[in-house]
Design a binder for this molecule. Structure first.
Ligand code: ASP
Length: 316
């Protein structure tokens, strides 16, 4: 099996001034994840690595760069899932750590539980020796600006919600194992303690070797109502290709509950898709020594992997 990785940097609206940063952020994440796969690493390690790379990148709404809740604080959600045995770990409303995806993996590997939230997640992070970072280090000028604007009496929160930026990855490794990982700061000016789709198994992501893996982004409450990631896999189980399954699930979410979003998918044959019903979604994939990436509907750039490694990612 030739390994494949697909990543997304969030569905919504990517403002022109952020396009370059988002594009190189998803490309760098895909290349990092793929490097692990090419060295014989597992799909699980690859999706964690790719998501971690985007959590550290302030262009995205995850880790550093997360949007702020109604009180101006960062509360983050993340999930990881191993398609080999359906093991999964998630955290929600977690504060003051750089990489929630790492904590989600520790929940999966070191506890009997699937999801830890708020204070409990914090205590667990401390027990696992994860260093606390001052909240200020996770907050960018942009997220602070946006939070302030949303508080203005004449603001249109719906407009700002369209500027999303959750990150995610799906992969299949040389052994045919699939995995998914998703991480987010959630929705701007959300209520304190809000748990979004990202932390919920089947909504923010799902992985099962019998079928494939999916990671989602978009309006969380809509995603949860239709259990979007599992819905995509269901459609593939019924015989659809990743692209058809993604489109059918996104279409259902829009017609049934009026929500928009995006998904990345890989199936057990290594076929993949990056589909969205929002205006844009940054994505990248590496398969068969080719890098592909895009942001706008229908946009698809292709580069040989060697060239991509040499030129696209400065400092990679
Ligand atoms: N799904 C995320 C949430 O609602 C937001 C996003 O994907 O950008 O928390």
């Amino acid at each position: 099996m030739r390994p494949v990785i697909v990543v997304h940097g969030g569905a919504g609206r990517v403002f022109a001034e952020r396009e370059g940063g988002c594009r190189s952020g998803v490309v760098r994440a895909a290349l990092r994840g793929h490097r692990l796969l090419a060295e014989g690493g597992t799909a699980l390690d690859a999706v964690e690595e790719a998501v971690r790379s985007m959590e550290d990148d302030p262009h995205f709404n995850a880790g550093c760069g997360s949007v702020l809740n109604e009180k101006g604080e960062v509360e983050m959600d993340a999930i990881i899932m191993d398609g080999k045995n359906l093991a999964s770990g998630a955290v929600s409303a977690v504060k003051c750590i750089a990489n929630p995806i790492k904590l989600a993996r520790l929940v999966m590997e070191k506890t009997k539980h699937l999801l830890l939230t708020g204070h409990g997640a914090q205590l667990f992070a401390r027990a696992m020796g994860i260093p606390e970072v001052p909240e200020e280090k996770l907050i960018t000028e942009r997220s602070r600006e946006r939070w302030k604007k949303n508080l203005e009496p004449d603001s249109n929160p719906e407009e700002f919600q369209k500027d999303l930026g959750t990150v995610g990855a799906v992969a299949i490794d040389s052994e045919g194992n699939v995995a998914c990982a998703t991480s987010t700061g959630g929705l701007s000016n959300k209520l304190i303690g809000r748990v979004g789709d990202t932390a919920c198994i089947g909504s923010g992501g799902y992985a099962d070797n019998c079928c494939g893996a999916a990671s989602t982004t978009g309006h969380g409450e809509s995603i949860m109502k239709v259990v979007l990631a599992r819905l995509v896999l269901y459609h593939m189980e019924q015989g659809m290709s990743p692209e058809m399954a993604a489109d059918a699930a996104l279409n259902h979410m829009e017609t049934r509950v009026g929500g928009r979003g995006g998904v990345i998918v890989v199936n057990r044959a290594g076929e993949w898709a990056a589909r969205f019903s929002t205006k844009q979604m940054s994505w990248a994939t590496v398969k068969d020594d080719q890098l592909l990436y895009g942001i706008h509907a229908g946009e698809r750039h292709t580069k040989p992997l060697g060239e991509a490694l040499a030129s696209v990612c400065e400092g990679f």
